[in-house]
Design a binder for this molecule. Structure first.
Ligand SMILES: *Cc1c(COP(=O)(O)O)cnc(C)c1O
Length: 395
């Protein structure tokens, strides 16, 4: 049950992989003078940076490692607090925790992303960063978030794992804050099995992130700096096969988004015509959301439950490790670091999510509460059928 990129796997991905296999270089570094070494990972980095309009991109092994590497690059210190929304994938929290930081949660608003009105209430003298998450492909209210970040001198890491290609007021998500992290796993907009990308406009952040992801090395291992390495690193490198598949998928991204927007508009139009449905708020006035999902917010939780159950789906509050209250291991950890939370600690978030249902348009993922809907290949007839079914069970 994957994302749209996986639905559109084809000969382009296969050709890319075959080129790498024939060349024989699977590691991201190879013999620079050998024409068989194809530089797939560094090509992906160039193309991804260009696509986003960022100065730098760094390919990693996953979205989780993209977040971790970014946090470790940002000059934060153990115990520093990072503000993260109460509705996000578990990796947003666990990356903070593994970086020695304390995730401090905020409520979400009707866009299902971080509520800017709640952020300032969570700021303490230890707050050093904000992690807005462009949940379900919908950009956060970045104007408000950046304003708060500037006021309190906080770093901003955009978790753009679900939002490759989304824009906010003309800028690609991930490029508005100090750093942005993307995921290339199967449930995301484009897919290479597993993979991630960090983007930034800041050279120092890029170089530090590179070192963190590659045992402390300088970018592309140019200039080895023996005796003067300042960065302690691990290994979160991407390999050439993943890089090759990602190149083919990135080329499809704009077409994927265009197609999803068209299909969602059709579906949304049909159900809006029936009347009485409310959708989540989209923050970008220019329509920069990537339409991987269509989220309906019902008036009552009973109604939301009745409809989603009738369709074999579930309300968003039931969507496993995307809602803070369902993450027993994170709650346990937070309690240990003096942030006791239980289900119910974020009443606005809980209440909203209990009335929300995610309908798949391009990301068909039961784990996201989006097990029902259409997909990127659905025909007009299928879209009409799904809309009719939705309307009929909502009566
Ligand atoms: C998927 C996801 C991640 C983690 O990405 P992986 O590639 O699965 O490691 C992080 N944050 C959000 C919001 C995600 O949806």
């Amino acid at each position: 049950m994957p994302g749209p990129g996986a639905y559109w796997f084809g000969k382009e991905e296969m050709e890319q992989v075959m080129e790498v296999m024939q060349g024989g270089y699977l590691f991201r570094y190879g013999s620079e003078n050998d024409p068989k070494f194809l530089h797939k990972v560094s090509t992906l980095e160039k193309e991804f940076a260009q696509y986003c309009g960022a100065n730098y991109a760094l390919a990693t092994s996953s979205g989780t490692s993209a977040l971790l590497v970014s946090l470790l690059a940002m000059d934060l210190h153990p115990g520093d607090e990072v503000i993260v929304p109460a509705y996000t994938f578990v990796a947003s929290y666990s990356a903070c925790i593994f970086a020695g930081l304390v995730p401090v949660l905020t409520e979400i608003d009707e866009s299902l992303s971080m509520d800017p009105d709640d952020i300032e209430k969570r700021i303490t003298p230890r707050t050093k960063a904000i992690m807005p998450v462009h949940m379900l492909g919908n950009p956060c209210n970045m104007d408000r978030i950046m304003e708060i970040a500037q006021k309190y001198n906080l770093k901003v890491l955009e978790d753009s794992c679900q939002a490759a290609g989304a824009t906010y007021k003309g800028k690609k998500t991930g490029t508005i804050g100090d750093m942005g992290a993307f995921s290339l796993n199967i449930f995301k907009t484009i897919n290479s099995g597993d993979g991630g990308v960090v983007v930034t406009n800041n050279q120092k952040l890029y170089e530090t992130a590179f070192g963190v992801h590659d045992q402390g090395h300088k970018p592309n291992r140019f200039g080895v700096e023996v005796g003067a390495r300042s960065v302690l690193g691990l290994n979160f490198r991407m390999n050439e096969i993943t890089g090759a598949v990602s190149i083919a998928q990135l080329k499809k991204l704009d077409h994927i988004i265009e197609t999803l927007r068209e299909k969602r508009a059709k579906f949304k139009h049909l159900i809006a015509e029936a009347g009485g449905f409310k959708f989540r708020v989209l923050n970008d006035p220019d329509g920069g959301d990537i339409a991987t999902l269509c989220t309906v917010i019902f008036d009552t939780r009973e109604k939301a439950q009745k409809v989603s159950k009738a369709l074999g789906s579930k309300t968003v509050d039931q969507s496993g490790w995307h809602v803070y209250g369902n993450m027993e291991h994170i709650l346990r950890h937070l309690k240990e670091v003096g942030q006791p939370h239980t289900k119910g600690s974020y009443p606005k978030t809980d209440e909203l999510l209990s009335r929300a249902m995610n309908i798949s348009i391009g990301v068909v993922d039961g784990g996201l509460g989006a097990g029902w809907g259409i997909n990127i290949n659905s025909s007009d007839t299928e879209i009409e059928k799904a809309a009719r079914q939705f309307i009929s069970v909502s009566k």
